[in-house]
Ligand binder design. Structure first.
Ligand code: ATP
Ligand code: MG
Length: 424
């Protein structure tokens, strides 16, 4: 057997403790933000039947055609897939458990998603999303609520360099008319299509508009516009969304080329984009998907949702220069001698009873070497216990950022530490 050190799968990252501090802080902010809009948490499995994603996302999409981690269960032959996104699983769970029986639902989930893409900055094979789904809401008020929610989160996080793009995809009748016109248009210009566009011409012509190939941009620019096919209801809905956004002072740009990568969207779609992350500039994306519930086998129900990419958001956050929480504990307890060791563990538990974060030194060593560890731990205080302290039933407290060491009784320790922390 080889002794070579094993590495993580390419594109799948370890999040090490220093970085995880930022994740925890971010997750806390997000939790409070979601609660402030009344969204409730739902947790689905990471693995689903492959058929779910084929049906929900669409066969002719980047995700289903080339990005899914699909495999056959070697024990029973089931066709399974590591989830590439959360909407399909969320709708599946809602239907399976009949959650839409007598009330609409505002839900959110978070966790890893898996896509076999070429790894690069802001694009990984395992990445994390926070997804928000509102099921059973048909009106433009919900579309606006979700966009306003995002705006509030960026504000909470101190992100200023994000802009909003919105579009409407209309309803299925408009999309069918548009699709027919697009096919006719691209057929007339067959020679200008690249291989991918030619392949998609009849299966998913709308996706050709999403092409990043510079050679096709002029052709795409002049293609028939969905805007010209929209019916009265879809236009009214879109106008209402815009009116609410404007009323709340949320700036947006209408991008008629925004079609989103998945088949299930209709009416409002949106993306929050930054110029700071290069080609991976979309940090949050979503839209209305009124047809999906029925497509997955439920009674028809309208729905609207979005997902944000946590890795991309965290990079932006780090670049924004925001003051992030300090790592480390409140107290590091150093001690020498058998009795001091016993008192040290009692004192550590007592401090934790007072909701302080405490590292109890383990593994012996001189006071000097223990103090070095206290320093390295970024603790704010060291509590020092030696024979002298034990004899007096006291401990010494030393502020790590300088300041005089003080002796306090064991009984008064928690109060004394809290007071010193306040004075910092
Ligand atoms: P992109 O156009 O960048 O491939 P997408 O349209 O495939 O994005 P969605 O399926 O809408 O992305 O997912 C929502 C968000 O999840 C994206 O806006 C992005 O922030 C994030 N995301 C998607 N794919 C990845 C990935 N491979 N690595 C990191 N983040 C990702
Ligand atoms: Mg993608």
């Amino acid at each position: 057997m080889s002794n070579e050190t094993l590495q993580a799968v390419r594109g799948m990252n370890d999040i090490l403790p220093d970085e995880a501090e930022l994740w925890l802080w971010f997750e806390d902010v997000v939790k409070g933000w979601l609660a402030s809009y009344g969204y409730r948490n739902i947790r689905m499995p990471l693995v689903e039947p492959t058929a779910l994603f084929k049906r929900a996302i669409g066969e002719v999409t980047d995700i289903v055609e080339k990005e899914m981690y699909s495999f056959e269960d070697s024990l029973n032959g089931d066709h399974l897939t590591l989830r590439p996104e959360g909407t399909a699983s969320c709708v599946r769970a809602v239907l399976q458990h009949n959650l839409l029986y007598n009330a609409p639902q505002r839900l959110y989930y978070s966790g890893p998603m898996f896509r076999h893409e070429r790894p690069q900055k802001g694009r990984y094979r395992q990445f994390h999303q926070i997804g928000v789904e509102a099921l059973g809401f048909a009106g433009p008020d919900m579309d606006a609520e979700q966009i306003l929610m995002c705006a509030r989160l960026w504000k909470k996080l101190g992100l200023t360099d994000v802009t909003l793009q919105i579009n409407t995809l209309g309803d299925s009748a408009c999309r069918h008319r548009h699709r027919a016109k697009l096919i006719a248009y691209f057929e007339e210009n067959l020679a200008s299509l690249d291989a991918e566009a030619t392949r998609r011409l009849h299966s998913n012509p709308l996706r050709i508009l999403d092409s990043k190939n510079p050679a096709m941009q002029a052709l795409i620019e002049a293609a028939p516009k969905l805007m010209d096919e929209l019916n009265e209801e879809a236009l009214t809905h879109f106008a209402a969304v815009q009116e609410i956004l404007a009323r709340h002072g949320v700036a947006f740009e209408i991008n008629s080329r925004l079609v989103r990568g998945l088949d299930y969207y209709n009416r409002t779609v949106f993306e929050w984009v930054t110029t700071k992350l290069g080609a991976q500039g979309t940090i949050c994306a979503g839209g209305r998907y009124d047809g999906l519930v029925e497509q997955i086998g439920g009674k028809p129900a309208p729905a609207m949702g979005f997902a944000m990419g946590v890795e991309r958001l965290l990079v932006l956050l780090q670049e924004s220069g925001m003051a992030l929480p300090k790592p480390g504990v409140d107290v590091y307890v150093v001690h020498q001698g058998e009795l001091a060791g016993k008192l040290a563990s009692t004192v550590a538990e007592q401090l934790r009873d007072g909701n302080l974060r405490v590292l109890l030194h383990c593994g012996g060593g001189s006071f000097k070497s223990q103090m070095k560890k206290a320093d390295a731990s970024c603790a704010r205080m060291a509590v020092v216990i030696g024979d002298d302290e034990v004899a007096a039933n006291e401990v010494s407290v030393k502020p790590m950022q300088g300041g005089a060491q003080v002796r306090v009784s064991v009984e008064n320790l928690t109060a004394a530490v809290n007071k010193l922390i306040k004075q910092e």
